[in-house]
Design a protein around this ligand. Structure first.
Ligand code: G6D
Length: 344
């Protein structure tokens, strides 16, 4: 296994480096210290052909201009916060309203839009990169200074483990996710409509016209949101379900996990992605309205990739019935998700 480092550009007068992690079985992961972005994952298909399975751009400029969070670590809060404000300990905090009138994905200078410090990791049974960033009190409008550490680690079992630790110096809220757009067809030769998604989830969150949770938990039974036995992603866009229509004719919904395991399978290539997490939910986003810009593998188009954003539910601070995103002063936030790349 090896780690290689190469220059990737400059942002805000800071050097941006790219790190490529390679194992002994044809799996490689490239990430950069701007936004901890995963820019490429080369994974073998059932015949051993190594192809890229994540959407992205072929230069830093593409990522700097990107408004769709391609490959990023999103935070402090992944998802939307209604009205761009919340109350904590009797005080109201006003956040960037970067999707007026609401806040989305950590705001103007969220975790996905800053350069992190990095240290490469070379161990006998894994290689990786440790990213660090100190989010100062008041950044984006959030309380407390948080010392963030995000670690990517690749081993010879074809497991890419991502962990995030946040240590705040004051009570705050924190709920990160990884916003990679997966497409297992290989070099984006197809869209993801034929991918089979399996999620052991009996409830998903109803969304309103602003894509924010209403607070209602809906039963998946008998709907195109029932992924318990596996379902083609196409079933959503082909459905007349009003929740599908409300988010642009696809999925953009948080699912509460009964089992913290999600699998994505592309029969044509044989690639199977297993996602295991310590998070209570996963937001499935089928890139419903993604269009109008160039990407590495062609023009962006709806259903070109699917995001499996493991996290606590969006806007949890406004829903006492959701898992909490409050982290107390002196506490420690821990987020873990492991991606295993298999074939069958
Ligand atoms: C759209 O609603 C979706 C979000 O879920 C996604 O994260 C974003 O695009 C990139 O706003």
């Amino acid at each position: 296994m090896e780690v290689t480092v190469h220059p990737y550009g400059k942002y805000d007068n800071q050097e941006v480096q790219a790190y490529t992690l390679k194992n002994d079985h044809g799996l490689s992961v490239t990430c950069i210290d701007y936004g901890c972005i995963i820019t490429e994952i080369l994974a073998p298909d059932r015949n051993g052909a190594q192809e890229n399975v994540v959407l992205g751009f072929d230069s830093l400029d593409g990522y700097l201009a990107d408004q769709t969070y391609q490959g990023t670590i999103v935070g402090r809060i992944a998802g939307r916060i209604r009205g761009g404000e919340f109350e904590l300990n009797g005080k109201t905090y006003s956040l960037d309203k970067n999707e007026k009138p609401n806040h989305i994905h950590g705001g103007v200078k969220g975790f996905s839009k800053v350069v992190w410090d990095s240290t490469i990791i070379k161990k006998e049974n894994h290689v990786g990169v440790e990213f660090k960033y100190v989010s100062m009190d008041g950044e984006g409008g959030y309380p407390g200074t948080i010392e963030m550490t995000v670690t990517y680690s690749l081993n010879n079992e074809n497991e890419l483990s991502i962990s995030a630790v946040g240590v705040p110096d004051a009570d705050t809220i924190l709920n990160i996710t990884n916003h990679a757009y997966f497409n297992l067809s290989g070099n984006m030769k197809n869209d993801v409509l034929d991918h089979e998604l399996t999620i052991n989830s009996s409830k998903f969150l109803e969304l309103d016209q602003e894509f924010l949770p209403t607070g209602e938990l809906l039963d998946v039974t008998g709907t195109v949101f029932d992924f318990r036995e596996g379902r083609k992603i196409a079933d959503g866009p082909n459905s007349a379900d009003e929740q599908i229509a409300i988010v642009g004719q696809g999925y953009d919904h948080p699912f509460l996990l009964d089992e913290k395991l999600v699998t994505l399978y592309d029969e044509a290539s044989g690639r199977l992605l297993k996602v295991e997490t310590n998070q209570p939910a996963v937001v499935v986003y089928s890139s419903n309205t993604m269009k109008g810009f160039k990407m590495r593998d062609g023009s962006a188009r709806p259903y070109f990739g699917v995001c499996l954003e493991t996290q606590a539910p969006p806007d949890a601070i406004h829903h006492p019935n959701f898992p909490s995103t409050i982290v107390k002063k002196g506490g420690e936030y821990n987020w873990e998700t492991k991606y295993t790349f298999l074939v069958k």
